[in-house]
Design a protein around this ligand. Structure first.
Ligand SMILES: Nc1ncnc2c1ncn2[C@@H]1O[C@H](COP(=O)(O)OP(=O)(O)O)[C@@H](O)[C@H]1O
Ligand SMILES: CC(C)(COP(=O)(O)O)[C@@H](O)C(=O)NCCC(=O)O
Ligand SMILES: [K+]
Length: 255
């Protein structure tokens, strides 16, 4: 049977908040799930199945991409461990310290939708990554993610409470502490990202704008509540990194 059709493999993206898993059969992404980070000094294969969300044995090829070196290290003993390297991502002009999650999401987004594309990854950190029609990285930006902004405000102040991400945008002009924090963070981030989108679309009017990461759906929902006029140009796809991994799988680079 065709190896590409039948082969089972796992993709693992290690982010700063959690582990993102994708189970593939050949090029088909069958299932995705997230788990918490693994405690240091624990061997992944000794973890109970319910911890990893999957019955893992040493025979299943594993493609790992990571932005958390201490978590990467825990997988070194896994037999079919294949670490994705930035140099293997077929995009031009990436700078050496760029996060592999950003490179894979940009590759996956461009291949799934089109180049040029602007990828907005709303994860622990919120990143923007812009790629032109020739698959060349143009530039991007990094800021604290939504949850991190709320968390840092409450941990670094005495009087500000910890607030979880609300479902609804509240009034911009707030009259209590909780809503003031929500307004301050959300209107600033939403407005700020729009300026990046506007600027990108002046340079690349035909570009796709793709939201991914743990807060992507919520971000899209806030913009819907605001009646953001650019909304129909925006795609939400939580699986961009897995599309990037699939592309590397198809190229036969790892297994
Ligand atoms: N169970 C969860 N654990 C952590 N973050 C979560 C969870 N569910 C939703 N989120 C949201 O997802 C964001 C983190 O995005 P994610 O893409 O999972 O992070 P990373 O890839 O950096 O590990 C947080 O800002 C948070 O609001
Ligand atoms: C910016 C990031 C922390 C985002 O990670 P995440 O929020 O997905 O956990 C990660 O892509 C990273 O460590 N990047 C290296 C620096 C750079 O991309 O320029
Ligand atoms: K991210």
């Amino acid at each position: 049977m065709n190896r590409k059709i039948s082969q089972e493999w796992l993709g693992l993206m290690i982010g700063n908040s959690r582990l993102h898993w994708g189970y593939f059969q050949g090029e088909i992404l069958q299932r995705t799930w997230d788990t918490v980070h693994i405690q240091e000094y624990v061997k992944p294969l000794e973890l109970p199945n319910n911890f990893l969300g999957f019955s893992l044995d040493n025979s299943l090829p594993l493609m790992i991409a990571s932005v958390v070196p201490s978590q990467t290290q825990l997988w070194q003993t896994y037999q079919k461990f294949n670490l994705v390297r930035l140099d293997d991502v077929p995009l031009n002009n990436l700078y050496p310290s760029m996060g592999i999650d950003r490179a894979l999401a940009a590759l996956g987004g461009g291949e799934m939708y089109q180049f040029p594309c602007l990828i907005i990854d709303a994860g622990t950190a919120l990143t923007l990554t812009g790629i032109d029609g020739d698959r060349t990285f143009i530039g991007g930006a990094i800021l604290p993610g939504l949850k991190l902004q709320f968390d840092s405000l409450s941990t670094k102040t005495a009087a500000l409470p910890n607030i979880s991400l609300p479902k609804k945008l509240s009034d911009r002009w707030a009259n209590n502490t909780g809503n003031s924090i929500i307004s301050g963070i959300l209107y600033t981030v939403l407005g700020g990202i729009k300026t990046f989108i506007d600027d990108w679309l002046i340079k690349y009017p035909e570009s796709k704008i793709i939201l991914t990461g743990g807060d992507a759906t919520q971000l899209y929902d806030y913009w819907q509540q605001e009646n953001y006029e650019q909304l129909e140009q925006i795609i939400v796809d939580p699986n961009l990194i897995f599309w990037g991994m699939r592309s590397l799988y198809v190229s036969g680079l790892y297994f």
